[in-house]
Design a binder for this molecule. Sequence first.
Ligand code: MLT
Length: 451
Amino acid sequence: MGGGRARVSCAVTDGGWCACVRRVSVRRTHARRARTVVNASSNVRRNPNMAQLKAGYLFPEIARIRTAHLEANPDAKIISLGIGDTTEPIPQAIVDGMVAGAAALGTKAGYSAKGGYGAEAGQMELRAGLAEKFYAGTPIEKTDVFVSDGSKCDISRMLQMFGTGRKIAVQDPSYPAYVDSSVIMGNSTGFDDATKQYQNITYMPCNADNDFFPDLSKAKNSELIFFCSPNNPTGAAATRAQLTQLVNQALETGSFIIYDAAYSAFIGNDDCPKTIYEIPGAEKCCIETCSFSKYAGFTGLRLGWTVFPEALKFSDGSSVRQDWNRMMGTSFNGASNVAQAAGLACLTDAGMKGMKDLVAFYKENAAILKSTWEEMGYKVYGGTDAPYVWVSFEGRDSWEVFTEILQKTDIVVTPGAGFGPAGNGYVRCSAFGSRENINEAARRLKEKFSK
Ligand code: MLT
């Protein structure tokens, strides 16, 4: 370490003083913290927003508990209905396109066409294909579509683009990345232990009493409203009338909706739009993010996209799309060209069929899980237009239920409270699994949890 700032690891004890050589200001800080044990290796201050986060990110936490359970019970045959991670192979037509794309990078012509750094927003051919296959009949054009390495990454980058001090609203429960990334970006002043909510973030409860559609008036003062349909974790798909209400309110109050459509291919109900841009006016207030993760098994391959319509403008009239372009140019070098080759293959007739079959397979899993819980006497939601089954254990703590299920059946689910305080009393079962595992999970659950 230069500048005379020697190693700063130290241990301050009761009224004591660290032996390390440091600047006076640092000594003063230590003197004030005389009763704290400090084990620093630097003078770098921690980002206070990081310090606000209550626990580790939900899914790694669950993975940690699963590993501990396996260590304690080495013979356990664990089945994961926890994180929504795909299990079935990528459809052959898509693999073929990806392999051909990768092989082309080994030729002079192929490399000069698609090798090296690509456009940050993605290959235009792919952007055009996405606009055609997912947004036909809406105002969305190819230049509105930005290809990326996935929705979760785009959500973080989006919050970075919007900057600190935003008024954010979320459905409660919701995908944890919305709240955690908002906190990291300095949009909260701390966690309230009593309400189990981050301050300054508006939580809109979604429960059986409101049919999992929130009271939107709570978000009237919010600048950014996260909305996910079909919803992760509740599995509820919003109807056209509900989404019209959402868009109309945003247009009236001047908010933006960040619409997560990562599961829209699972919608079967014709009354539930597959994209928010089916709603008139949405192009002026909605950003929609989507992904191939759950449609084509790309959770590891990583390919998604986010739509920034041209009509979307900030209060000063400037273009949101232009800022996103600037943001991507700064923080992203374009999705992997191999993943984009696979993405193009997804959009062929054979690729589209492969994705449709895959989604249908996971929907059958969801139907098995849903009917299993119902036959066992539980109230169950979701699982029809979404790959998530939301099971009510009314009056019980969801982490306690999660632990009981793991201990009695070696099945990992996700505790509802991990998605927000209104998720307490529920657990989420993911339908991403092999048929064999889903059937076995159904058998074990029936054996141990039938009412
Ligand atoms: C989930 O289980 O909620 C998601 O699959 C995790 C993710 O998409 O990041």
